[in-house]
Design a protein around this ligand. Structure first.
Ligand code: CA
Length: 699
C-alpha cells in the first residue's frame, strides 16, 4: 500500500508519527472509632456512587461522580480564605515520567496511579504511605505509547482498586493490601496499551484502550468487578467485512468505510472519556482518530469512517449501541473525540435540557442532548481555521476549503493541530456558576504529504510528519455553555497546563506547565493564590475532607505528548524539570518542599562532526521517523527523557548497544534492531552530532 509522509514546516520541528506493607487504617483516619482493619476499605457500591454528588468529603471516581463534573460541594476552603492555603503534605514518587492521574479519596485513604501504571495508597490526611503496587510493565514497551508511559487514574468498587496497565492488563487490587486479586489481558494486539482510568458501573469495570496510532482496532470493554470475566465489548470501527459483523452497529459503520481499512486496524481507540447517566442507563465514551491519519490511505478518501472521532452512547447492561455523534467526519488530523464528557442539566432557550458536553481537540465546544445525541450547539472555544462552524441542522462541520491533505505536496496548516485545542487534561463544570473551566491551548500544525514512508515493524501506522507553527499559547477559559461564550480567561506562559477542579467555595484550581498550582475565583477568574510546585503540573486536582479538614491535592510531574515531541516549544513555560509527587494543601498548611538541587546545565560537548552530508541527511529522516516522538523534534529534549544532543554516548560505540540491542531497555529505551541496522544507527548518531554542533555555544 502506498503511504504518505507528511513533512512539516513552521519552526522547523519535524515529528514523524508513523502511524506493600499491609494497609494500616488508623482510627484517626477512619474517624469512626472502629477497630483497625474491621472497617470496609474502598467501600464503594452502586448506592454510594448514585449518591456521590452529596458524598462531599470523598472523591469516589475519576471525575468525582458519574457525571464527571469535577465539582466538589465542599466549602471550607473559599475565595475568602484561599490566600491562607499552604502545603499540608507531599509524597515523592518513584518515577520521573509524566504524571497525569486524578487521585481517588475514599474514607480518608488516597489511591493514585503513577507513570508505568503503578498504584499507591496514602493516608489522605498525612501522606503516610500505606501500600504500593507495581505491575512491572517491561520498560522497553514504553516505545509503544505515542505520548509517554502515563496513567490517568484508578477506580474503586467493593473493596478493590482497579488499574489499566501500559501493557494492556486490567488489574484488580485488594484495597487493604494492594495485592492483586485478579488480572486480565484486555486484548491481543501487540501494540495495545492502556493509559486511561477505569470506571465501575453496576458492578462492571469499564475500561478503554490506546494505540490508535499503532494500528489497533478500537474497543471499549466491561469486566465483572469481582471475577474479571468479560461482560461486554463494543468495537468502535468495523472489522473485516468478509466475516460476520459483531452487531448491527458494525454493519451500519461499515457502510461509511472503503478500501481495506481493517488491515490497518482502523483506529478509534477509547483512551480517555467515560461517563454514565444512571437514569437513562447509558454509558458514554469518546472514540479517537482513524488509522492511517491520511483518509486516502485509510479508506480510499471516502466516507465518514464511523465511529472514529465520535461520542458514543451504549446501553450500560449490554454494551449495545444506542446513539453516536461524530464530531469530525472522515477525520485526518488526529482529532480524537476522547476528551472528558461532562453531564449536566442546563436551561437552554427556556427549556430544561439533559446535556453532555465536550471541549473537543478540534477546537469546538459541543453541547448535545444526552438522550439521543442530537446537537444543541457547537462553538469554537479556541481559534479554528479548519471549519467555519458546525451546521446546526446536520451537526456536521462546515469545512474550510483546502484543509484535506493535498498529496501533491502543498502544506496544510491546521489550527488546532494534533495536540488539540484541549486534550486529556480534565475540565470541570460548576452548577453554581454555570461555567465550564477548560484547559485550552493553541498549537498549530502544518502537514505536508511526502510519499514513500514505509511502515515500521514497531507498528507505527500513521505516515505523517508534523510541525508546530510559531506562537503556541496556553490558557484557562471559563466557558458559558448556554450563552456559548468565554466569560473569563487566565493566561499561562505556554500550552499543556493542568486539568481543573471547581468547588462550591467559588474556586477553580489548576496547575500549570511553569510549575505553579493556582487558585482562582470561579465567578470572576481573579487569581487568589499560587504556589511553586518545583515541576510542571498537568494532572487534574481533587479536593476532599478528612477529620473535618478540607484538602486540595494534585500530582506534579512533567511529561506527555507535548514535551516529548516539542521540546523547544515546551521550554517556553520555563520549567522542564520532572519532580514527580503528590502534593496536598490545606488552609494554614505549613509543610515545605525540600530545596531543589540546582538543575544540571545541558552541556553540549559533541565529538567532531566528521560524517558526510548525505549520512546526516539520511539520519535526519531516520531520527524523525524513529526517535523524535520521544526525544523531541530537531533532537531538542523537553525534560522528560534524555536530550540526545548532550549524550555521552555520541562518541562511544556503546551507542549501538543502546540503540540496536536494548542496553538501556530497563530505563525505557527499546531495542530498535528489528527496524534499524548498524548503518542506520550510525546515520542517526551523525545527525544528532550535527544538531549538537549547531546548538553548541561554540557556534
Ligand atoms: Ca490520536
Amino acid at each position: 500500500m502506498k503511504r504518505a509522509w507528511l513533512k512539516a514546516a513552521g519552526t522547523g520541528l519535524s515529528l514523524v508519527a508513523v502511524a506493600g506493607a499491609a494497609v494500616v487504617l488508623l482510627l484517626s483516619v477512619i474517624g469512626l472509632g472502629q477497630a483497625a482493619g474491621s472497617h470496609p476499605v474502598a467501600d464503594v457500591d452502586a448506592a454510594r456512587m448514585m449518591n456521590a454528588e452529596r458524598d462531599a468529603g470523598n472523591w469516589l471516581s475519576y471525575g468525582r461522580t458519574y457525571s464527571e463534573q469535577r465539582f466538589s460541594p465542599l466549602t471550607k476552603i473559599t475565595s475568602d480564605n484561599a490566600k491562607q492555603l499552604g502545603l499540608a503534605w507531599f509524597a515523592d514518587l518513584d518515577t520521573n515520567r509524566g504524571q497525569q492521574a486524578t487521585p481517588l479519596i475514599i474514607d480518608g485513604v488516597m489511591y493514585v496511579s503513577t507513570a508505568w501504571s503503578m498504584v499507591k495508597a496514602y493516608d489522605a490526611a498525612t501522606g503516610k504511605p500505606l501500600w504500593s503496587y507495581d505491575p512491572e510493565v517491561p520498560r522497553e514497551l514504553g516505545v509503544k505509547g505515542c505520548c509517554d508511559v502515563v496513567n490517568r487514574g484508578v477506580a474503586a468498587w467493593n473493596g478493590k482498586i482497579y488499574v489499566g496497565t501500559f501493557d494492556g492488563r486490567l488489574v484488580a487490587l485488594d484495597a487493604k493490601t494492594g495485592k492483586p486479586a485478579w488480572s486480565v489481558v484486555t486484548g491481543d494486539h501487540k501494540n495495545l496499551t492502556i493509559t486511561g482510568a477505569p470506571r465501575v458501573v453496576k458492578g462492571r469495570v469499564i475500561i478503554g484502550m490506546s494505540g490508535g496510532e499503532y494500528g489497533i482496532r478500537g474497543y471499549i470493554s466491561a469486566y465483572d468487578a469481582e471475577t474479571g470475566k468479560l461482560a461486554w465489548r463494543f468495537y468502535t470501527v468495523p472489522g473485516d467485512p468478509s466475516k460476520p459483523f459483531e452487531n448491527k452497529a458494525m454493519e451500519m459503520a461499515a457502510k461509511t468505510w472503503s478500501g481495506e481499512w481493517w488491515k490497518l486496524g482502523g483506529g478509534g481507540t477509547t483512551w480517555d472519556a467515560i461517563s454514565y447517566d444512571p437514569e437513562l442507563n447509558l454509558v458514554y465514551f469518546g472514540a479517537g482518530n482513524g488509522v492511517e491519519w491520511a483518509r486516502n490511505y485509510r479508506t480510499a478518501s471516502k466516507g465518514d469512517n464511523l465511529f472514529t472521532s465520535s461520542i458514543v452512547a451504549l446501553n450500560a447492561d449490554t454494551g449495545e449501541y444506542v446513539w453516536h455523534y461524530q464530531a469530525t467526519p472522515g477525520e485526518e488530523w488526529d482529532f480524537d473525540a476522547v476528551q472528558q464528557l461532562i453531564l449536566a442539566d442546563l436551561t437552554i432557550d427556556g427549556r430544561p435540557r439533559k446535556v453532555i458536553m465536550q471541549a473537543n481537540k478540534n477546537g469546538f465546544f459541543y453541547v448535545l442532548d444526552r438522550r439521543d445525541g442530537k446537537l444543541i450547539s457547537a462553538t469554537n472555544f479556541v481559534p479554528v481555521n479548519w471549519a467555519s462552524g458546525v451546521d446546526p441542522k446536520t451537526g456536521r462541520p462546515i469545512e474550510s476549503p483546502g484543509i484535506r491533505y493535498d498529496l501533491t505536496g502543498k502544506p496544510v496548516n491546521m489550527m488546532p493541530g494534533a495536540l488539540g485545542g484541549h486534550s486529556w487534561q480534565p475540565m470541570a463544570y460548576s452548577p453554581k456558576t454555570g461555567l465550564v473551566y477548560i484547559p485550552a491551548q493553541e498549537i498549530g500544525l502544518e502537514f505536508t504529504p511526502v510519499e514513500g514512508l514505509a511502515t515500521s515493524s514497531l507498528g507505527w501506522n500513521v505516515a505523517v510528519a508534523t510541525t508546530n507553527t510559531p506562537g503556541t499559547k496556553g490558557y484557562l477559559i471559563a466557558w458559558d455553555p448556554v450563552r456559548r461564550k468565554e466569560v473569563w480567561r487566565a493566561g499561562h506562559l505556554g500550552p499543556w497546563n493542568g486539568g481543573t477542579l471547581t468547588t462550591a467555595g467559588n474556586l477553580v484550581v489548576q496547575g500549570d506547565a511553569s510549575g505553579s498550582v493556582n487558585v482562582y475565583r470561579a465567578d470572576t477568574g481573579e487569581k487568589l493564590w499560587s504556589t511553586r510546585a518545583q515541576s510542571a503540573v498537568m494532572a487534574g486536582p481533587v479536593t476532599y475532607e478528612v477529620n473535618g479538614e478540607q484538602y486540595i491535592a494534585v500530582m506534579s510531574g512533567w511529561g506527555g505528548a507535548f514535551p516529548l515531541f516539542e521540546g523547544k516549544e515546551a521550554a517556553k513555560s520555563g520549567n522542564l524539570r520532572n519532580v514527580s509527587r503528590v502534593l496536598a494543601f490545606k488552609v494554614g498548611g505549613m509543610a515545605t518542599l525540600p530545596a531543589l538541587t540546582p538543575e544540571p546545565k545541558l552541556v553540549l560537548n559533541p565529538p567532531p562532526a566528521t560524517a558526510a552530508a548525505a549520512t546526516v541527511a539520511t539520519g535526519t529522516g531516520l531520527y524523525a521517523q524513529y526517535c523524535s516522538v520521544c526525544h523531541g523534534e530537531n533532537a531538542i529534549g523537553g525534560g522528560v527523557v534524555p536530550d540526545l544532543r548532550a549524550s555521552s554516548f555520541l562518541g562511544n560505540d556503546f551507542w549501538f548497544e543502546i540503540v540496536l540491542n536494548g542496553a538501556m531497555k530497563d530505563a525505557g529505551m527499546a531495542p530498535f534492531k528489528s527496524v534499524l541496522d548498524h548503518q542506520s544507527a550510525e546515520a542517526i548518531r551523525a545527525y544528532v552530532i550535527h544538531r549538537a554542533h549547531e546548538d553548541s555555544p561554540r557556534n
